[in-house]
Design a protein around this ligand. Structure first.
Ligand code: FE
Length: 336
């Protein structure tokens, strides 16, 4: 039998060897693992918080959140496109987060006015043109790509992709439905060939001279030029000389929100705040050649070399609220 003091010592040893239960945040992520793992590793190292994440497409992740309801293990949903985040909020999958840090770090047009989701990186959907066939002085606005001078010179990605649905939704907000439909009809009339399945294929067609101009997210341009720096392609920033609400390049976000039934909403909020901080912002934006959402953080060198531009300042939630209308409009206009 152990003497009392030996017993106490043994007891203390037993407790000391029990693992300390670390705080955990569970993230459902529609972003590539290679993109977010380094970030989560850094946060875990700095904070001691364990981050568990599940990667899938946004559709299945949102369906899973919905099906799991109150029993979901997820504390945070991370995805691309304001249209998707708006949808998650509409379906009651997120909760509002009151945070001075997030309000300060994320510009108002890049977060939900109801504080249920926040942009973490910015992607610009802009014009890319063939430098041998187009002078930048020929280019001006998204709208102008519908004019007859671009007949047989335009390539586009399919209207099935949320990026184009969001772009047209934002245009409906700016121009109204009738004018937007005329613009989209003009684009369709100017197409050289059927829409492409992705931004890269559309740019390849421009580089090959099949068409002169297209609309893409800048990071696809960045990736393509990193592989083949001599391609005759360049970026043009449209709608820069306007002063009304149609002014500025169309931007969208990748972003995140805290789930409605989070088990650790405080932990999820702290992670979200950290992701909007200076340090995390560079990491988050640079890996995918995107723009930091936090205006205090400079973009990566490659991205900065494309020049600065004025962003369109309409709240990106309209990409979601007008998405169904945009899809119908593109269908009517014959945009496949
Ligand atoms: Fe993309």
């Amino acid at each position: 039998m152990l003497k009392p003091n030996t017993f106490l010592a043994a007891l203390a040893l037993t407790f000391a060897s029990l693992p300390v239960l670390a705080e955990e945040v569970v993230v459902y992520s529609a972003r590539n693992e290679q993109l977010i793992k380094p970030l989560f590793d850094t946060y875990a190292r700095e904070s001691g918080v364990k981050i568990t994440f599940i990667t899938d497409k946004e559709g299945p992740l949102m369906a899973r959140l919905k099906a799991e309801g109150k029993n979901t293990p997820a504390d945070m949903l991370l995805t691309v496109d304001a249209g998707n985040l708006w949808q998650a909020s509409e379906e009651g999958l997120l909760r509002p987060v009151q945070s001075g840090t997030l309000q300060a770090n994320v510009p108002a047009h890049l977060r939900d006015p109801g504080s249920e989701w926040f942009g973490l990186s910015v992607r610009a959907r802009t014009v890319v043109y063939n430098t041998a066939r187009v002078k930048p002085s020929e280019l001006s606005t998204y709208e102008d790509l519908a004019s007859p001078k671009w007949k047989g010179r335009l390539c586009l990605r399919t209207s099935k992709k949320v990026y184009n649905q969001s772009l047209v939704a934002m245009m409906i907000y700016e121009y109204g439905e009738d004018k937007t439909e005329n613009i989209v009809r003009g684009w369709v009339g100017n197409l050289v060939t059927a829409p492409f399945p992705d931004d890269t294929k559309a740019m390849q067609a421009v580089a090959a001279g099949q068409c002169d101009v297209t609309l893409v997210n800048t990071y696809y341009f960045g990736r393509m030029m990193e592989k083949s720096p001599n391609l005759p392609l360049a970026i043009f920033w449209p709608n820069q000389n306007l002063t009304n609400k149609t002014a500025g390049v169309h931007v969208n976000i990748s972003g995140a929100g805290v789930t409605r039934y989070a088990k650790n909403p405080g932990g999820a909020q702290r992670l979200l705040e950290w992701l909007s901080s200076d340090k995390a912002q560079s990491l988050f934006a640079d890996v995918n050649l995107e723009y930091p959402v936090n205006p205090a953080v400079a973009p990566d060198k490659t991205v900065a070399a494309w020049g600065s531009f004025k962003q369109n300042l309409i709240n990106v939630k309209e990409a979601g609220s007008l998405q169904a209308q945009a899809v119908k409009l593109m269908d009517r206009a014959g945009y496949k």
